[in-house]
Design a binder for this molecule. Structure first.
Ligand code: HEC
Length: 381
C-alpha cells in the first residue's frame, strides 16, 4: 500500500477520534461550568453541601449537590473526568505530526512568508507548543492578581498570532495558534487540575484538611480553559475558510474572531448565573458584520475579461492536476476537465488568492499565473 493512502487513512481515523474526544471534553466542561454557575443554596440544609442544581433530561429528574470542599465520607465510586482531555490532545498532536511535521515543506512552509527549511519549520512549531505552556504556567504561578494573569494570557495570544503569521504558511498559522492554546488547555488538566483533585482525595483518606491552594489554582485554570474553548475550536475549522486566514492582516482577523467567540462564551457564562447581558450578542453581531464587510473580496479586476477558459485550464493543468485528479483527488476537488474547474471556481478563487494552494507552492506557480487564475475564477463562479 502506498504511503499517501496510509496517510489519508491515518488522517481520517485520527481526525474522527479527535472530533469525538473533543466533543466529550467540551461537553463535560460546558456542563460542569453551567452546573457550578447555576448552583443554588440547598432547600433542605445538609451537612457539607454548599449548593444544589435540579435538571430534567432524558426522561428523568437529576439532583446534583456540590460539597464545600468534600463530603464527610468518600463515595465508593468516584467518577473522574480526564481521559476526554488527554485523548483530545493526543489525537490532535498525532494529527499535527502526521499532516504537518512529516510533510512540512508542503504544509508549514511558504517561501513567500518566511525562508525556512521544512525541518526548521517543524522544530519551531514544536518549540511553540512547549514555550506557550511554559510562559503561561509561569505567569499563572508568579502573577498574584487574576487580572494581571488575564492580561498576560491576552498578550501571549496576540504575540503567538503575530509570530505564527510571520513564520508559517497562511493555513498553518491559525492551526499553530490553536495547537498552542489547545496544549495549554490539556496541560492545565494534566499538571494542575487533576493533581488538585488528588490532593482533595488524599486529604480525605488521611483524615486531614485539604490544602486549599491547589484547588484555587485548578479553579483559575479551569476558567481559562472555558474561555479558550471557542477560540481553539475556531482555529480547527478555519482551514476551510480561506477568506479568514488568507486575508491581508490574517493575525488581526484571528484576534478579532477570538474576541467575538470569547465574548459569546462570556454571554453564556453570565446567562447560567441568571444574568441576561443582551448587549454582548448585539455587540458581537455588529462586530461580525463589520468583519464580513472588511473581508469582502475586491471586485473582479479588469484582467478577468481577458483570461480565457483555455488559458485558465492551461494554468490548472500545469500547476494543480499533479494532485487534483481522479477519484482520490484531495478534498474531492477534481480539476482535470474545464467543467470540474468551473464547478470549483469559488473555492479555487479563495484557495489560490490566499496562497493556500498549491500547498507550499509545490508546483512553482508564478504570481502572474496566480492573478490570472484568480481573476478567471472570480468571473466564472
Ligand atoms: C501538491 C499537491 C497539490 C497541488 C499541486 C494542489 N493542491 Fe489543492 N489540495 C491539496 C490537498 C492535500 C488539499 C486538502 C487540504 C486540506 O484538507 O488540508 C487540497 C485542497 C484543495 C481545495 C479544497 C479546499 C477546501 O476548502 O477544502 C481546492 C479548491 C484546491 N485544493 C485547489 C487547488 C488549485 C486551484 C491548485 C492549483 C493552483 C491546487 N489545489 C494545487 C493538494 C494540492
Amino acid at each position: 500500500m502506498d504511503a499517501d493512502y496510509l496517510r489519508d487513512v491515518a488522517d481520517l481515523v485520527l481526525r474522527f477520534l479527535h472530533v469525538v474526544a473533543g466533543i466529550a471534553w467540551i461537553g463535560a466542561s460546558f456542563y460542569f461550568i453551567r452546573l457550578d454557575l447555576g448552583l443554588a443554596p440547598p432547600k433542605e440544609p445538609k451537612e457539607g453541601v454548599a449548593g444544589e442544581y435540579w435538571g430534567v433530561h432524558g426522561g428523568g429528574f437529576y439532583h446534583s449537590q456540590k460539597y464545600k470542599v468534600a463530603p464527610s465520607k468518600l463515595p465508593e465510586h468516584l467518577h473522574w473526568f480526564k481521559w476526554e482531555a488527554y485523548t483530545t490532545w493526543l489525537s490532535g498532536f498525532a494529527l499535527l505530526v502526521v499532516l504537518y511535521w512529516t510533510d512540512p515543506d508542503t504544509r508549514l512552509v511558504d517561501p513567500a512568508v518566511a525562508d525556512l527549511s521544512g525541518w526548521q519549520a517543524a522544530a519551531i512549531s514544536a518549540a511553540g507548543l512547549v514555550l506557550a505552556w511554559l510562559l503561561y504556567d509561569a505567569a499563572c504561578r508568579l502573577l498574584r492578581d487574576d487580572r494581571a494573569v488575564a492580561g498576560f494570557v491576552t498578550a501571549l495570544v496576540i504575540a503567538s498570532a503575530f509570530a505564527a503569521g510571520e513564520l508559517f504558511a497562511a493555513r498553518a498559522a491559525y492551526l499553530q495558534v490553536g495547537a498552542m492554546l489547545g496544549t495549554i488547555m490539556a496541560a492545565n488538566v494534566f499538571f494542575t487540575i487533576i493533581p488538585a483533585h488528588w490532593e482533595l482525595v488524599h486529604a480525605k483518606q488521611e483524615f486531614r484538611e485539604p490544602d486549599p491552594a491547589p484547588g484555587l489554582r485548578a479553579k483559575q485554570r479551569s476558567v481559562h480553559n472555558n474561555y479558550l474553548t471557542l477560540p481553539v475550536v475556531f482555529t480547527m475549522l478555519a482551514g476551510h475558510f480561506a477568506f479568514t486566514f488568507g486575508s491581508g492582516q490574517a493575525w488581526l482577523v484571528l484576534l478579532a474572531l477570538f474576541a467575538l467567540v470569547g465574548a459569546i462564551r462570556h454571554f453564556f457564562n453570565l446567562w447560567h448565573q441568571g444574568r441576561r447581558a443582551w448587549w454582548i450578542p448585539a455587540a458581537v453581531g455588529v462586530g461580525a458584520i463589520a468583519l464580513v464587510v472588511a473581508l469582502a473580496p475586491e471586485d473582479t479586476p479588469a484582467v478577468a475579461r481577458q483570461v480565457t477558459d483555455a488559458e485558465a485550464q492551461a494554468i490548472v493543468s500545469e500547476r494543480c492536476t499533479e494532485c487534483h485528479v481522479g477519484a482520490s483527488a484531495p478534498s474531492g476537488v477534481r480539476l482535470e476537465t474545464l467543467n470540474g474547474i468551473r464547478a470549483n471556481a469559488s473555492l479555487i478563487e479563495s484557495q489560490v488568492s490566499s496562497r493556500a494552494m498549491p500547498p507550499g507552492n509545490a508546483t512553482g506557480m508564478t504570481d502572474e499565473e496566480r492573478d490570472r487564475l484568480v481573476a478567471w475564477a472570480a468571473a466564472a463562479r
